[in-house]
Design a protein around this ligand. Structure first.
Ligand code: 5GP
Ligand code: ZN
Length: 112
């Protein structure tokens, strides 16, 4: 999608600190980190949300989940919180599916 921020990052039109790239996913550092490690992992294929990706291509969604472990390791952590904000009311601001991989400090639950 030409007007999608994350498609532009995938295409290299907008710079990002890419920590992992596969033929299906790109993981890069969030521009406004909420934890010492805050990496976004996105499918190269455009989907509006994690749920719509899972409905359209469940295998891809499963592989994205599996890839989060590799993303965390690439960022130097073992344990992490995985967040998919879904819908503007829940804080989704970019409508290209993405998981937030958060860690590097004690992750309290419930979140503050
Ligand atoms: P959402 O709020 O949709 O769940 O997550 C979108 C995330 O994208 C936010 O955490 C925000 O900081 C991050 N973000 C927004 N614009 C950019 C950008 O241009 N580059 C990077 N690396 N992250 C961005
Ligand atoms: Zn996109």
């Amino acid at each position: 999608m030409s007007d999608c921020l994350f498609c532009s990052i995938v295409a290299g039109e907008i710079p990002a600190n890419v920590v992992l790239r596969t033929d299906e996913f790109v993981a890069f550092t969030d521009i406004d980190p909420q934890a010492p490690v805050h990496t976004l992992v996105i499918p190269i294929e455009h989907h509006e949300s994690a749920a719509s990706m899972a409905q359209a291509n469940p295998e891809l969604a499963g592989r994205l989940l599996a890839t989060t472990e590799q993303v965390a390791r690439a960022a130097g952590i073992d344990d992490y919180r995985l967040v998919f904000n879904t819908g503007a009311g829940a804080g989704q601001s970019v409508f290209h599916a993405h998981g937030h991989v958060l860690g590097g400090r004690a992750m309290t639950w419930p979140p503050g």
